[in-house]
Design a binder for this molecule. Structure first.
Ligand code: ADP
Ligand code: ADP
Length: 221
């Protein structure tokens, strides 16, 4: 579902170019659960942002769901974000002024889903994540682990084909982290959602089927 050929990313800085990613070649198949690992500054977030269509590569070719990414119109890119892709963030990125229910519902509003379908879809996820009693609370009233559950519910409410997660348990205690990783495993195995996570944790990587190791912008698998 994903193919990178000779992908590089550089920034102009002083004399010459600073390469963040160099000549990355990799494929990710539908149904995979992949972990991107490597030291701080090795390019993990940049790679995840390129994969998630948030940033453009400087060189090379990226095929996402058989589409050449550099040929995508802004409209098509937005459509892929609204229909095919879900994001999960380390710091959750929930909207503080919205309730749990409203946070989860947001992607469906962007997608233009009907009100009755929004209701049933959000209700189903609240039930599945044992958060029915919390639906009218605000993010600040939840633990970190609960906030990340909301973050994941929001990431999957529109039934994406792939989730990109940037250090999804980076702010959590190990018990909460385990719960979140078990949920990812279930989404991958039962719901057939592909997952790409950036993680520093070998324990988290165990949940995936493959590790991509980055070092100074190179893949050192
Ligand atoms: P990681 O996620 O592995 O910590 P990043 O992808 O965040 O690595 O960053 C890799 C390198 O790219 C770092 O050295 C960082 O300073 C640099 N970098 C990231 N974004 C920019 C930018 N917008 N301009 C210049 N350098 C950047
Ligand atoms: P960190 O790993 O430092 O906590 P975050 O997970 O907060 O970083 O955010 C990672 C990146 O994703 C940021 O550079 C931010 O610009 C971007 N980002 C945050 N929210 C969204 C969003 N809703 N849609 C697209 N990109 C986002």
């Amino acid at each position: 579902m994903i193919q990178l050929k000779g992908i590089s990313k550089h920034y102009p800085a002083g004399f010459g170019k600073t390469y963040v990613l160099r000549n990355i070649n990799l494929g990710i198949n539908e149904g995979e659960f992949v972990s991107i690992m490597g030291p701080s500054g090795s390019g993990k977030s940049t790679l995840l942002h390129i994969l998630g269509l948030l940033e453009e590569p400087s060189e090379g070719e990226y095929l996402f769901l058989d589409e050449k990414v550099d040929k995508l119109t802004e409209k098509k890119r937005t459509e892929l974000h609204r229909h095919r892709i879900g994001f999960v963030f380390q710091a959750y990125h929930l909207i503080d002024e919205l309730t749990v229910y409203e946070n989860i519902e947001t992607p469906l509003l962007y997608k233009g889903t009907s009100s009755s379908e929004r209701k049933s879809r959000v209700a189903e996820l609240l039930d599945r994540f044992n958060m029915v009693a919390k639906k009218d609370l605000f993010p600040s009233q939840l633990s970190g682990g609960q906030q990340q559950l909301v973050g994941i519910a929001r990431a999957i409410v529109h039934e994406p084909k792939i989730i990109f997660a940037d250090e999804p348990t980076g702010n959590l205690h190990s018990e909460q982290a385990k719960e979140i990783m078990e949920l990812f495993r279930e989404l991958n195995q039962k719901d057939k959602v592909s997952i790409v996570q950036v993680t520093h944790s070998e324990a988290n990587a165990e949940y995936g089927n493959r590790v991509i190791r980055l070092k100074d912008g190179w893949v050192s698998e």
